[in-house]
Design a protein around this ligand. Sequence first.
Ligand code: FJE
Ligand code: FE
Length: 296
Amino acid sequence: MTAISSNQSRSITKAVLSREQAEGVGARVRRSIGRPELRNHDPFLMLDEFNVDQNGGFPDHPHRGFETVTYMLEGQFQHEDFAGHKGTIGPGDLQWMTAGRGIVHSEMPVKSQTRAHGLQLWINLPKEHKMCEPQYQELLDGEIKRANPQDGVVVKVIAGESHGVKSQVYTRTPTMYLDYKMDKNKVVEQSIPASYTGFIYMLKGTAFIGDEEFEGQAHHTLTFSEDGTDTIKIRTKDEDAHFVIIAGEPLHEPIVQHGPFVMNTKEEIYSTVRDYHDGKNGFERAAHWRSSIARK
Ligand code: FJE
Ligand code: FE
């Protein structure tokens, strides 16, 4: 009841290294959430750090029942969906795609570029939003607000709030997504709603997390304790660090996943497979569609 615990940081309960594995067509990913040691991180289904060269990509595939959030770090990525929505995202840009009842699309690197490097997060949707109309929220690097809690610490607020700066992204599943760049020898505290589950994915350098200063290194996922604490403390020592903090309100709803379809029951998965096959209930345009960007 007293505020004793509220001044303490969450601690780290797990640290898992993601090595590269093959995914899509000729693409490589470091899988964070979604790998065997990091399943059931409700509301998150998957986080991939992808590296795709000009021969690879993720051609023509469907989604239903969740959101895909693509955040580019390097290179250019093109996308095109079955409703004619298309575009290119470059370093620092964001595509927040709510697949809802159905999207079929291709995600491919721009040919002339050497490689496309970024993060793709899959966020589960609450039951009442699984069959919503698809929606895109697209922000260029320059449109994403920054917090600057102190000299040498810059936070891009992709979703949620940091140090008084709020993202304009609408989240159907309450989500915080922050891109932190810290110089060496800095300490920051980030508040995170006490009910959220969360983790850090390290992109570069080393950070020391929590009161016990758990050491986090590149390509590691560090999961947060769920102890009702509403702050995470992060320190850098003799090198700079780049990482994302991702946290969200757990849905506590049953999850039945069949590849790119995520519903609440087996029956809903069966009808999704049928809808996709028959071109119904949101997949009408899937029938004879093939993207132009996925053809060699
Ligand atoms: C996939 C279903 C999918 N990781 N990282 C099945 F949707 C995908 C898929 C991706 C993906 C796309 C991007 Cl841009 C980045 C990703 C999985 O599209 F690979 C399989 N096997
Ligand atoms: Fe996709």
